[in-house]
Design a protein around this ligand. Structure first.
Ligand code: HEM
Length: 515
């Protein structure tokens, strides 16, 4: 038999195809014993998809609650072939996020080569992440936040102008739309140095491009699963992958920032915004060379890091804050006692101030309790993730986690566990009184994450939330109308951010001196 005859023989083809299928099968199931071998429970994975089949049309909060109820505090899950350990055990959360952080410095991310995006703090890994995180953190000191609070106050004034028109028109607001316009206004002012003032005008290029960035067409299709299931494959096809993230709309924001930085390099004006604070902080970050402190990066790299953090500020700070404000006004409408108590605490505090400002919102325990309970009930980021960077063993080898495996803390499910928060479906800010708070482990609360990789923008977010909530509650009263749902509803899909829908709330003026 010559080579041609062998090649064209049906037997050869049968052997070749079955061998390929067998190798594929072995590859696609090679990790599936990882948890069962360790006696860790979990849903049964299927070929290629692991446990992710259908996830793009699930309602993630309900999905995670059901998984935790069924499999307990530590269970195994598969993102394609990648083992993903879900944990709601507080000791284990502490070990992974804090005590043994060195094994879990990174989040799952794909190798990105595109300029600016490769400097996004949330995506970076290892030492590069440590350097950039340390350099950016001083942009959020109290002094810098106080300066930025003046811009936030301006945006809150715009928000109130708009809300007043709704009160006068039909006495209700679409909370998500209204607060999204507000948080976008804050981001434009603080992270892009722009005064857009359009508050939701869909034709404004800033708003139009941002809408596309936040609602990419792949969100609700099985395509969204690919980077989670096969990150290595995804990185290998770098160009195609990056085209999904680096869209023309995203480039619009890079161009905008490039122009802002160019203009600022030729001006001595003070802007008191995030770009300025981050520029100072990143430029002052040093390394030691030959015993001398020298700047860590060249001007060109500083500009790239800066543009990276400003665009990330938009991605990380827009929907998270808008959703928290939406959830707050929904909970206040549904819990009038809480709303009145909050209002009284604001009125008492206002006796010493002419207007809501940075100093005023600093020491307001009940306001903090309300925000913490809102974020417990509705954590805007539903899951926290870490990637294991070197083989790790927990509890004297009872649980082994290999390099490349993922850990997920399902925050929404954690915050709704009866064991940690008795009667979890009741909205009760008293859970956060100093006495009650000390009865719980701090690792039962992950609204801003925990450990060295927690939310770097937390203090800015809290300032924005406090100024907006105080100003709104002293001016207006929220109440349920016919369209207000009994419980807030969220859109389906694998986006890890809660997406409130039908969040319509009634609103009227307060009869007070502050109108
Ligand atoms: C209510 C508003 C916000 C919430 C609930 C929130 C929540 C979170 C959470 C849960 C994480 C993951 C933490 C972890 O893995 O342990 C995170 C990370 C992050 N957040 Fe926020 N965030 C908010 C607002 C902001 C704002 C306004 C900014 C920008 C100034 C921001 C910037 C970031 C960044 C850059 C990271 C990644 C940090 C890193 O990898 O080092 N966030 N946020």
């Amino acid at each position: 038999m010559n080579a041609l005859e062998i090649f064209s023989s049906p037997a050869t083809w049968v052997i070749a195809i079955s061998s390929t299928l067998y190798i594929l099968y072995r590859y696609a199931t090679s990790t599936f014993n990882n948890f069962s071998d360790q006696g860790i429970p979990g849903p049964k994975p299927i070929l290629f998809f692991g446990n992710m089949w259908g996830l793009w049309k699930e309602n993630l909060p309900a999905y995670d609650v059901a998984l935790v109820k069924k499999y307990g505090k530590v269970f195994g899950y598969f993102d394609g072939t990648t083992p993903n350990l879900f944990i709601t055990d507080v000791d284990m959360i502490k070990s992974i996020c804090v005590k043994d952080f060195d094994y879990f410095v990174d989040r799952r991310s794909f190798e990105v080569k595109t300029k600016v995006i490769r400097k996004w703090l949330s995506m970076m890994k290892g030492q590069e992440w440590k350097d950039i995180r340390s350099s950016v953190t001083p942009a959020f000191t109290t002094g810098k936040i106080k300066r930025m609070s003046v811009l936030i106050k301006d945006c809150v004034a715009n928000l109130c102008e708009r809300v007043t028109t709704f009160v006068e028109k039909d006495g209700k607001i679409d909370a998500k739309l209204t607060f999204s316009a507000f948080t976008m206004d804050v981001i434009a002012r603080c992270a892009f140095g722009l005064k857009i003032d359009t508050l939701g005008n869909k034709d404004d290029p800033f708003i139009a491009n941002a809408q596309f960035v936040f609602n990419p067409p792949t969100n609700k299709t099985p395509l969204i699963l690919l980077p989670f299931m096969y990150p290595k494959l995804f990185s290998t096809f770098g160009y195609f992958t990056e085209r999904l993230i680096v869209t023309e709309e995203m480039k619009f924001f890079f161009k905008l920032l490039e122009n802002v930085l160019k203009e600022r390099s030729q001006s001595n004006e003070k802007f008191n915004d995030f770009i300025e604070a981050a520029d100072e902080a990143i430029s002052e970050y040093t390394k030691v060379v030959d015993g001398k402190s020298v700047p860590m990066w060249s001007r060109e790299i500083i500009d790239e890091i800066l543009m990276g953090q400003s665009t990330l500020f938009m991605l990380a700070g827009f929907d998270t804050t808008a959703t928290t404000l939406t959830s707050t006004c929904f909970q206040l409408a549904r819990n009038p006692d809480v709303q009145e108590k909050l209002y009284e605490s604001i009125v008492t505090k206002m006796a010493d101030y002419d207007e809501v400002c940075h100093e005023m919102v600093q020491n307001m325990p009940y306001l903090e309790m309300v925000i913490q309970e809102v974020l417990r009930y509705y954590p805007s980021l539903m899951r926290i993730e870490r990637e294991c960077t070197k083989d790790y063993s927990y509890d004297n080898g009872r649980i082994k986690i290999k390099k490349g495996h993922i850990i997920t803390i399902p925050t929404y499910a954690l915050h709704h566990m009866e064991e940690y928060y008795p009667d979890p479906e009741t909205f009760d800010p008293e859970r956060w009184s100093p006495e009650n708070k000390t009865k719980r482990s701090p690792y039962t609360y992950m609204a801003f994450g925990t450990g060295p990789r927690n939310c770097v923008g937390m203090r800015f977010a809290m300032e924005e939330l406090k100024i907006a909530i105080c100003t709104m509650v002293q001016k207006y009263r929220f109440y349920p109308v016919e369209e207000t749902p009994e419980r807030l509803q969220f859109d389906d899909g694998l986006v890890q951010l809660l997406q409130p829908i039908h969040a319509i709330v009634g609103i009227e003026f307060r009869q007070s001196n502050f109108n």
